[in-house]
Design a protein around this ligand. Sequence first.
Ligand code: SF4
Length: 442
Amino acid sequence: MTTIHPAKITKVLPDSIAAEIGFEVGDAIVAINGTHPRDLIDYQFLCADEVLELEVLDATGKTHHLEIEKDYDDDLGLEFETALFDGLIQCNNRCPFCFIDQQPPGKRSSLYLKDDDYRLSFLYGSYLTLTNLPEREWQRIEQMRLSPLYVSVHATEPEIRIKLLKNPRGGQILQQLKWFQKRRLQIHAQVVVCPGINDGKHLEQTLRDLVSFHKGDVPTVASVAVVPVGLTRFRPSVDELIPVTREKAQEVISQVKSLLLEFRQKFGSNVAWLADEWFLIAGEELPSEAEYEEYPQIDNGVGSIRLFIKQFAHAAAELLPPKVSPARKLTWVVGNAVEKAFQPIVQQLNAVEGLEVNMRALCSDYWGQSISVTGLLTGHDLLLNLQGQDLGEGILLPNVMLKHGEFVFLDDMSIEDVARQLETKILPVAGVEDLINTCIHY
Ligand code: SF4
């Protein structure tokens, strides 16, 4: 049985109900109306009452009882140390392509934690495999209608999925999809394609099986992302996985495109989307803006390049001035995978009088990749490629290169450290508006 810890508060939003009552960072919520919340989902559910009796532990360990009256949809204005007050549900698979196992050894132990937690899937869209859920968790998903969930399917044929997850429990995916279907709950699916294991006819079978669940007013399978396996030089078993070559990427694109044509005719939607990486590896044009429909897999990065280009065009029309003064020179660091796609953006920025933006498209020596997406570049890669060069007044650094909420790269180097060694400023940018505003107002 897991232990439920009090929910430790890390932020009290200004002008919120919690701020008015006098909540402080370091306080912890023990119970709401007599129930100990397991996680943020319980907390949100319990807080939907109009009268709340709270048991709170302050930073000195003293217990307080308070009553709050509010409208049912009023948020208390609290943020917590973690979304899971009873700990993380860990993964019980051994996928050979697991990114956690492909990290270098000797890092903080938290970096090696493998989560496979349906709560994180519901709250933040992280992918899970459904192989570790006892009956009571299935019941909770049903009772609380935790939908959509994001499921790593990889293959629908039991023996192929068992082989990929290295877990005999992996073979039940079709029964599980029927379970969701019966309860009108939805999933978004992803298929990580490992050449020689789940490609070719297995990929076709998987996509056909998944789209067969895309029917009715609440389609069980809302969307599918088809993603190439990502490998790093730290992977433990080098022989087990074959990297995706240019030819392989071209083959998968052509195979999936013809299936998508069929799906579009049948469902009026692609239902499945190829990840951007396929086109970058294959050296082919990205699909058009319209083909991404409502970008249902954008949190998985699918369509992110097209969306970025589109958002840039909108923001540039509104925000880019004809001239900046004083003149400035900046370096924009991106993964070499997007070098070609982002050229028009660089040209548009450089059309502003007084602004010079030099794009440096890098691959990751750290991970041992010849083609890298921006989010995987590390401090090591910046130092290796940029040291001793004229980088201008600063580096425009897409914040996807940093660990969530920290000023630290994936290789644990801090941005201060890298900036000091490169003898320039590092300016983290989050999205297009930030990119443009930093160029203009720097
Ligand atoms: S399910 Fe995810 S976390 Fe678990 S081994 Fe596979 S890739 Fe890694």
